[in-house]
Design a protein around this ligand. Structure first.
Ligand SMILES: [Fe+2]
Ligand SMILES: [Fe+2]
Length: 332
């Protein structure tokens, strides 16, 4: 594609994004939660001012004892992913059309969304980090090094500066994170740690609200500009969805760290290739890709590609073998 065409496309996308500002502002007020009414990490953690704190910690550690090493490693990987939040906020704020005034105090819907969404997200890493620290089973220094490195390395979901692709990406990613936390919660319950089960479900509930909002933003883009929306969806899926923590091992003593982490989530069923395929199917059906009409030529091609994509990934997932052995990380 010639650069002039790219500029034209991007300018159109930026214009549509600005038309969504009221919808996004409403989502801040109606889908995101006021800090005074919202759960906070301390709701789930022992109080160090409590005279029985030692007993409380012993109980917490006793409950956490039964969590299998693989599930614990997955949970740590999820926590590390959440802890790299500064990169995600930076990414969002670098998108074209999100904050044209370059002002963090702007009353615009998009600017309020970016801050309020990430403020909610901040509680996830905070809670999981404190919880995992207290289990006594985690090599915290190794975890902290990974978080440090991941933040240092940054993150690129390959959406360019295109806000359409970014909204498809966040719709996908919030659903993926939700699935991951839900499944971890189920495994924690099975292992006998009902508090961790509740923690994971609570976090998954936040991800579900975020998912709902991002999907509704994209639905509106599909209404205003179906051809542009479907092309953005296709472009992003051809590049595949990059997981936010993919660079956690890059440049460190174990560059395969992320691969090891994803092999474990695949093996224990916390986040699998079937989930990837099912998320595609879900989004294709939600945005009624098959039924879209009046598309231009490029958009029709994108439609053909997308309606088959979920099935293709499903077959790939069926053929994929979970690794027999996995390598644990971050444990004592
Ligand atoms: Fe999160
Ligand atoms: Fe999220």
């Amino acid at each position: 594609m010639k650069s002039t065409e790219i500029n034209y496309e991007l300018e159109k996308n930026i214009e549509v994004i600005s038309q969504l500002d009221d919808l996004v502002g409403d989502a801040v007020d109606n889908i995101l939660v006021d800090p005074d009414k919202c759960w906070q990490p301390s709701d789930f953690l022992p109080d160090f001012g409590d005279p029985n704190i030692h007993e409380e910690i012993k109980l917490l550690q006793k409950r956490a004892e039964g969590i299998p090493d693989t599930v614990l490693t997955s949970l740590i990987g999820n926590m590390i992913t959440e802890e790299a939040l500064p990169s995600y906020q930076t990414y969002f704020n670098m998108l074209e059309g999100i904050n044209p005034e370059r002002n963090l105090l702007s009353p615009s819907g998009w600017v309020r969304w970016s801050k309020t969404w990430t403020a909610e997200e901040n509680r996830h890493g905070d809670l999981l980090n404190k919880y995992l620290y207290m289990t006594g089973r985690v090599d915290m220094k190794a975890v902290e090094r990974t978080i440090h490195r991941l933040l240092m390395n940054g993150f690129d979901p390959n959406s360019g500066g295109d806000p359409y692709q970014a909204i498809v990406y966040t719709s996908f990613q919030e659903r993926a994170t939700k699935i991951s936390h839900v499944n971890t919660g189920k495994l924690a319950d099975i292992a006998g740690d009902s508090i961790l089960g509740r923690i994971c479900k609570q976090i998954a509930g936040d991800e579900a609200r975020h998912e709902k909002a991002y999907k509704s933003f994209m639905s509106r883009i599909f209404e205003i500009d179906p051809s542009g929306a479907i092309i953005a969806f296709e472009k992003l899926m051809r590049k595949q969805i990059v997981m936010p923590a993919v660079l956690m091992g890059e440049g460190g003593s174990n560059p395969s760290l992320f691969t090891q982490f994803s092999e474990i989530t695949q093996k224990v069923g916390i986040y699998t290739s079937w989930d990837y395929a099912r998320i595609i199917e879900h989004l294709v059906s939600l945005w009624k890709i098959e039924a879209l009409t009046g598309l231009d030529a490029a958009a029709s091609k994108a439609q053909d590609y997308l309606v088959r994509l979920g099935d293709r990934y499903m077959r790939l997932a069926d053929r994929m073998k979970a690794p027999d052995e996995v390598k644990l990380a971050w444990l004592k």
